[in-house]
Write a protein that binds this ligand. Structure first.
Ligand SMILES: C[S@@+](CC[C@H](N)C(=O)[O-])C[C@H]1O[C@@H](n2cnc3c(N)ncnc32)[C@H](O)[C@@H]1O
Length: 184
């Protein structure tokens, strides 16, 4: 069982239809990162929708990195996108503290991987920043795989005082969530 969330962790949560709608409702601009980019389809949507001052694209797989270099060559030349061939938490930890306005976590979905990404994100997030995670699901019905995102997210919210502000639905319940620090 994932740690139980309390009312304080969900009372401001808005449920939206899907993750595209969720991203559309996030603040525009700022410094953003996508951890785990695969074919960069969502990266393109993020870039077009949020129009970030800078978007960091991070993946451990060289094929994904090549896709990013090809798709974003103009943006890379203009300094709007930076591509990192790296473990996601290591890449985040190499950045300045409180640097990011939004971090999208979609890399290693096992509990320890998500926990490492969340801890790095916590350190590098601006005070008003947001963290979103894909696949807030306990067990995947499509791939018959255990995911550790629910346990890592709930534990993080309870231990570090974050609340869920968006839950974005998915047709097979591979939902997204967005977290922010609870105001004192
Ligand atoms: C589910 S895909 C990402 C999908 C993408 N965000 C999207 O919405 O289309 C997961 C990606 O995470 C990458 N990945 C897995 N573990 C990682 C790690 N520890 N650090 C960085 N990337 C990782 C994989 O190579 C893969 O490209």
């Amino acid at each position: 069982m994932a740690p139980q969330l309390e009312e304080i962790h969900i009372k401001n949560c808005k449920v939206v239809t899907d993750r595209w709608k969720m991203v559309d409702e996030l603040p525009k601009g700022g410094v953003c990162a996508e951890l785990g980019i695969w074919k960069c389809d969502f990266s393109e949507f993020i870039f077009q929708t949020l129009q970030p001052e800078k978007l960091h694209l991070i993946d451990i797989d060289s094929k994904s990195i090549q896709i990013a270099l090809d798709k974003f060559s103009g943006e890379i030349d203009r300094g709007e996108v930076q591509v990192h061939h790296s473990d996601s938490s290591a890449a985040l930890l190499s950045m300045p503290d409180q640097y990011f306005d939004w971090i999208y976590i979609d890399g290693d979905h096992q509990y320890h991987g998500v926990k490492k990404d969340l801890m790095a994100a916590h350190e590098k997030l601006s005070p008003s920043g947001l963290i979103s995670l894909n696949d807030y699901i306990f067990f995947g019905s499509s791939d018959l795989t255990k995911y550790g995102v629910v346990e890592a997210v709930n534990e993080f919210c309870v231990n570090f005082d974050y609340e869920i502000v968006f839950m974005a639905l998915h047709g097979r319940m591979y939902n997204d969530v967005t977290l922010r620090r609870i105001d004192d």
